[in-house]
Design a protein around this ligand. Structure first.
Ligand SMILES: NC(=O)c1ccc[n+]([C@@H]2O[C@H](COP(=O)([O-])OP(=O)(O)OC[C@H]3O[C@@H](n4cnc5c(N)ncnc54)[C@H](OP(=O)(O)O)[C@@H]3O)[C@@H](O)[C@H]2O)c1
Length: 328
């Protein structure tokens, strides 16, 4: 495909604009692997990039989309051949390197992961950066000895992408999963994914005391702000909380008390620059441990053409689970 359709972000005097354009292969950036993109996805970060609500694009013009999956057309990289089905989440795509909202992509082969055998390309995008981050968060809890016998584990932002995937992964691994959500009407959905108890997110979203009753052995937080502070204040002695997101806010006003009196650990997660061996290991585990029926149940398939509507929805917290975008 010499010419292809792409969404292009540009910056002018009026600020950022986003428009559909036709590009040629020469418009793509450096890389040793050319991919025909079949699917992408929308993450919270993509919503911010497309709406321009936060400065996600680090160069212009830029094709957004931090996830893509597709088939290799041409490769000068030793690990990949034409016809291979491949996946990229994060790294620099959709931020400083052209991303997944186009029919073609050219990327450095070191960013690519082979598609897990048991998943379709669409299912890898149902995982996407959100699900990959959920897996990294689970692996961080495990590294800090938060095992299922230690007690319940909380997932915040549970009806969102990171949250829903975290609920599915943790319940499969035998954890007692508590799900914090502002959408209590989605209780049936969250229980079907594996949550055993629902927590009204309003009970966590206001400033609270430095130390509160101990409730959870660990938590996966994608919300930040007062929610993260309260979760840390309610974490049991020796527990660990992972922090990957800022859906409520980037602020974190709290005291050191959970750390110095309860040995609580706060583990940061940034899925972008994860070293290759851990990236491959996370995808290997997603392939083996993610319940694909539950993944399908939390996924909606949409067209890339719907991106403007979806970007608006996800930045208002109205997307449930994960959205896969059909590109080709
Ligand atoms: N560090 C990383 O590598 C990394 C990777 C992926 C995502 N993230 C971050 O993680 C967060 C979630 O991403 P996502 O793709 O899962 O987004 P998402 O699908 O929109 O999920 C976010 C969820 O957060 C909850 N939420 C929204 N606004 C809130 C508020 N004001 N107060 C409390 N809760 C609120 C909602 O869940 P309920 O309706 O259930 O309450 C919403 O569904 C984002 O901040 C994203 O940037 C970071």
């Amino acid at each position: 495909m010499e010419h292809f359709k792409a969404l292009l972000l540009s910056k002018g005097e009026q600020g950022q604009t986003a428009e559909w354009v036709e590009l040629g292969l020469d418009d793509l950036m450096e890389g040793d692997v050319l991919i025909r993109v079949s699917h992408s996805s929308i993450n919270y970060k993509d919503g911010l990039a497309v709406t321009g609500k936060a400065p996600i694009a680090r160069r212009y013009p830029l094709i957004p989309g931090i996830d893509l999956a597709g088939t290799v057309e041409r490769s000068d990289h030793p690990s990949f051949n034409a016809g291979d089905e491949v996946v990229i989440t994060g790294r620099e795509i959709g931020e400083s390197h052209h991303g997944g909202y186009a029919q073609m992509a050219r990327v450095p082969g070191d960013w690519i992961v082979a598609k897990p055998e048991n998943m379709s390309l669409a299912q890898t995008m149902a995982v996407g950066t959100a699900g990959f981050t959920a897996m990294l968060s689970v692996m961080a809890l495990e590294r800090h000895d938060v095992t299922p016998d230690k007690g319940p584990v909380l997932v915040t932002g549970a009806a969102g992408g990171v949250g829903s995937t975290s609920v599915v992964l943790l319940s499969k691994l035998g954890y007692e999963v508590h799900a914090s959500t502002g959408r209590l009407q989605e209780g049936g959905y969250l229980k079907d994914l594996g949550a055993v108890e629902l927590v009204d997110r309003n009970t966590l979203s206001e400033p609270g005391k430095p130390l509160q009753a101990e409730r959870w052995a660990g938590a996966i937080d994608s919300v930040g702000s007062h929610t993260l502070a309260n979760v840390l204040a309610q974490t049991k002695f020796g527990g660990t909380v992972t922090a990957c997101g800022l859906a409520q806010g980037a602020d974190l006003k709290m005291t050191v008390m959970p750390f110095i009196l309860r040995n609580v650990t706060l583990a940061g997660i940034n899925s972008g620059p994860i070293p290759r061996d851990r990236r491959v290991e996370a995808w290997r585990r997603l392939g083996q441990e993610l319940d694909l029926d539950k993944l399908d149940a939390m996924t909606s398939i949409r067209k890339l053409d719907d991106i403007f509507e979806l970007a608006d929805e996800i930045t208002h917290g109205r997307v449930r689970g994960r959205m896969v975008l059909e590109v080709d």
